[in-house]
Design a protein around this ligand. Sequence first.
Ligand code: MLT
Length: 312
Amino acid sequence: GGETAGAGPTAGYPDRNITFVVPFSAGGPTDTVTRMIAEPMAAKLGGQIVVQNVEGAGGTVGAGEVARAEADGYTVLMHHIGMSTAPALYQNLGYKPLEDFEMVGLVTEVPMTIVARKDFAPATLADLVAHVKANADKVTLANAGIGAASHLCGLLFQTAAGVKLQEVPYEGTGPALTDLVGGQVDFMCDQTTNTSGQIAAGEVKAYAVTTPERVKSLPDLPTTTEAGLPQLQVSVWHGLYVPAGTPPDVVQKLSEALKTALADQKVIDQMAKLGTAPVPAESATSQAHRAKLEEQLGTWAKVIADAGVKAS
Ligand code: MLT
């Protein structure tokens, strides 16, 4: 758009399509959350948002691409706890989460569910733990690559159960869930934003939800604490990032648009149906997100070290 007098170079922002990079496959939980907020954010920004899936290596390929993109506000990354796990898992990560990004704001925090193919023998979480202990060399555990939320939850499960299982990596838990429904893989830990539909449809067996409280939209699903595995607690926070050096007024416009999207009744209803909710408005800011990331980098480095997993 034309520059108004005295306005900075970004006064017309956005004046072309904005790309939201999802570092996992289409159809998975990260993709689902992104597509929920893209429309109301685009409306608020007065521009178009195109969602692009850039898969690979537990989300680090997509994150790396955004870290190296032009810092002009036209490339935005949707990511989650994977941003705080990658430094402890990848020796040559190619980006530094706290230095190579501006954080736009937190988006939502999603519970995880332990789900299995529907004809998998174990009936309860306790049965599942007993089963994997007795069949550790045969049971397959799906995830979305090293450093993905599904990988980390799988790690927490294996540490809690005292087993090491055969992990089957996918480029996202969208395709992983398809294989689970098809019976090609035994079980997985994944976000309610992905598994709720298949649980409700009876297409997968659900054992527990990994949060202290039950999820309203999955009232019959016990928590891991109720099911006897209280140490398996994890929820997946999501945030929006742009490359470091993006003009502050552009970051501010994106943060305002994010807050508007998170207050959008349609987004609130969609999230509630999928077991989650927008973060409160004061968390949809760069300060809140940076604080969260700083805290989580330490948290996950410890979990990974305790699990005896080395960066590779
Ligand atoms: C993960 O971390 O497992 C991802 O969220 C999976 C996905 O979004 O496809």
